[in-house]
Design a protein around this ligand. Structure first.
Ligand code: AMP
Length: 175
């Protein structure tokens, strides 16, 4: 399966959200029904044989792909969000950002004990965000069966960081 159509749609936005960052804007994929469907089909295919039982989607672009994938696969979905956004009781994890730290939260009942999940986001850069989401999953007694991304920035080596935990890393479009 190739994702040429989707790859061609991804838009480079220089210096967003801060100087020196080349932002990969995936919104044109959402605006093209065939490309979006091919991405969700591809994500589903990558999960065949993993036995994952739940989708964990990371705020905010991870929600767009995670929700469509959950519906396509008939799997439950739990959001992982930035601090202060979730209304009910939460578990938290603090993680290192380029400057300072960030905190991710999940509702205390986001993952059931013993459940095998897939962590979904739009893009893998350094891997810090997905790693933190994986830590939250484990804190709740679950395990990560796979990390799944639409785009991977290979030169940032996030994959190395995530595979150290033992879970496979899948991405559809590599730069
Ligand atoms: P990281 O924790 O470094 O892997 O960063 C991943 C998170 O930041 C994801 O939620 C991405 O959506 C976002 N992100 C990081 N770098 C970029 C980029 N160059 N273009 C678009 N999104 C990015």
């Amino acid at each position: 399966m190739t994702f040429d159509r989707a790859r061609d749609l991804i838009r480079d936005v220089p210096d967003f959200p801060s100087p020196g960052i080349l932002f990969k804007d995936i919104t044109p994929i959402l605006g093209d029904a065939a490309a979006f469907r091919s991405i969700i089909d591809g994500m589903k295919a990558r999960l065949e044989g993993t036995g994952v039982q739940r989708i964990i989607a990371i705020e905010s672009r991870g929600f767009l792909f995670g929700a469509a994938l959950a519906d396509r696969m008939g799997l439950p979905l739990s959001p992982v969000r930035k601090l202060g956004k979730l209304p009910y009781k939460t578990d938290r994890i603090e993680y290192a950002l380029e400057y300072g730290t960030g905190t991710l939260e999940a509702h205390i009942d986001a993952v059931h004990p013993g459940e095998k999940v897939v962590v979904v986001d739009d893009l893998l850069a350094t891997g810090g965000t997905a790693w933190a989401a994986g830590q939250l999953v484990q804190k709740q007694g679950g395990s990560v069966g796979a990390y799944l991304f639409v785009v991977e920035l290979t030169f940032l080596k996030g994959r190395e960081r995530l595979t150290k935990g033992g879970a496979p890393v899948e991405s559809l479009i590599l730069y």
